[in-house]
Write a protein that binds this ligand. Structure first.
Ligand code: SF4
Length: 461
């Protein structure tokens, strides 16, 4: 895996695109998941009503976030849960480290949590001498491979089963060349069972936090969050502050939308409620801001906080499917990640809002009706105004604006372009022009549309 630290989306996409068969099955597999989502959605006549309801509930949450968070905290404390507040990733990581070190724990099991990826928790804890084992199968695979997840729901969707077989052979001792998914899954089960039984601490994410009751709901298909949390002495739940829903009755709306949008299933295999610790055990919930308050204050982008992390916008996005999740060089990839990341660091992620065709398919599938492609377009304007676009692009756009503003110049440029296409195609179709890497050179037209139209008009006089 090459470094993603200094490369932008086009450069990283070009690396992914070197392996054309991989690009093809990545594209086809995600489209297949998208098709399953369509079938599941079309089976529910009330689908659009559900989306609208979810969107309105989240509107209410975002408009009253501070009071719902306080209500959630008060109820969670009443239930015997300890609540912590983290302003940013550093505080989040420090709180978790302290909870573990106070108990002399140096090994922890963790289920899927994109927030901990966002905060780079594993790397931080490793530096402090604490070993973290990811227990979601896909996450464990990428962890063993030394890579970040490439998709929020399907973390190792970029890997072939043969590659997973090699990783398991190297790290978990499965037979060389074994790539049968059933056998590999059984190998992972045996390995993780030992982890679950021996870890004193378990960390999970939070899908929904119910203000009315102070409970959290965690959705998994593998039951790994439940195994970890039930067996460990201390359960730590990392929660983005936007995960609040007001009442328990609202949960049904989101549970019906979440997995249908993600994988086409009617519901996740496990939707587990955690309200209070078992006798002699502890639950800690760390509520994290890490830029969310700033995003809430950005009128054009606040709706991105409605996201329930279903991944549907990634599965449908033609750019994501062809460029792979790692090309986004951020924890949450794809269209929604391209809206969230510039809020954290506009300069570093200035390339991401441009990694879109703006076709609008992401907005069409989003279960909470986020106007994703409109927000991507708006980020482009913000980024251009802030001066974070490449100089060459800015100059080219200025040149284009100047040309388009003058009919005479526009006609002259058109003539020159047609001449170049015809007599010196190498001037545009060369290695320095990435546009032609996967495209055929078009045949140069003999005349412009304006010339053709003028002639026709003369003929019909
Ligand atoms: S933006 Fe919408 S479609 Fe994309 S992951 Fe979030 S909820 Fe799902």
């Amino acid at each position: 895996m090459s470094s993603t630290a200094t490369k932008d989306h086009p450069q990283l996409a070009a690396i992914f695109n070197r392996d054309e068969p991989r690009v093809d099955w990545h594209d086809e597999t995600l489209w297949w998941v998208r098709a399953k989502r369509d079938i599941a959605a079309h089976k529910l006549p009330e689908w659009e009503l559900l989306r609208e309801t979810a969107s309105q509930i989240k509107n209410n949450v975002l408009s009253n976030l501070s009071s719902y968070l306080e209500q959630f905290e008060a109820n969670a404390i009443k239930n015997g849960v300890t609540v912590h507040w983290a302003a940013d990733a550093r505080e989040h990581n420090q709180i978790i480290h302290k909870l573990l070190s106070d108990k002399g724990i140096n090994r922890m099991v963790k289920s899927k949590s994109m927030l901990t990826e966002e905060c780079h928790l594993n790397e931080y804890l490793l530096q402090q001498g604490i070993d973290v084992i990811d227990s979601d199968l896909g996450e464990r695979i990428v962890q063993l491979a030394g890579e970040p997840p490439s998709h929020i729901v399907l973390p190792c969707i970029h890997k072939k089963k043969e590659e997973i077989g090699d990783i398991f052979h190297e790290h978990l001792g499965s037979a060389k060349g074994e790539s049968d998914p059933k056998i590999l899954t059984e190998t992972a089960r045996q390995h993780l069972r030992e982890v679950f039984l021996t870890r004193r601490a378990a960390l999970t994410g939070v899908n929904f936090a119910i203000a009315e009751t102070g409970e959290i709901v965690i959705c998994t298909n593998e039951g790994n969050a439940d195994m970890g949390a039930h067996l460990a002495e201390i359960h730590i739940a990392s929660m983005g502050m936007e995960k609040i829903i007001p009442q328990r009755k609202h949960l049904g709306v989101f549970l019906r939308l979440l997995t249908r949008s993600a994988t086409g299933q009617p519901i996740t295999t496990y939707s587990s409620h955690f309200a209070k610790p078992q006798d002699g055990k502890e639950i800690h919930i760390v509520i994290v801001d890490n830029g969310r308050s700033i995003q809430l204050g950005r009128e054009d982008f606040r709706n991105s906080l409605k996201c329930i992390r279903c991944g549907a916008c990634m599965n449908t996005c033609p750019v994501y499917r062809k460029s792979g999740g790692h090309s986004y060089h951020t924890a949450v990839a794809g269209p929604i990640g391209s809206i969230l990341a510039p809020n954290l660091d506009m300069e570093k992620y200035a390339d991401l809002p441009f990694a879109s065709t703006l076709c609008g398919s992401c907005s069409n599938v989003c279960p909470v009706k986020i106007d994703i492609h409109d927000q991507l377009y708006k980020w482009r304007q913000v980024i251009v105004k802030a001066g974070y676009t490449p100089k060459a692009k800015t100059l080219a756009m200025k040149g284009m604006a100047f040309t388009l503003a003058s009919p005479a110049l526009y006609r002259a440029a058109g003539k020159m372009g047609r001449w170049t296409f015809k007599y010196a195609p190498f001037a545009v179709n060369n290695g320095a022009n990435p546009w032609y890497k996967h495209r055929e050179m078009p045949k140069a037209p003999e005349q412009s549309f304006g010339e053709w139209y003028a002639k026709r008009k003369d003929q019909h006089k």
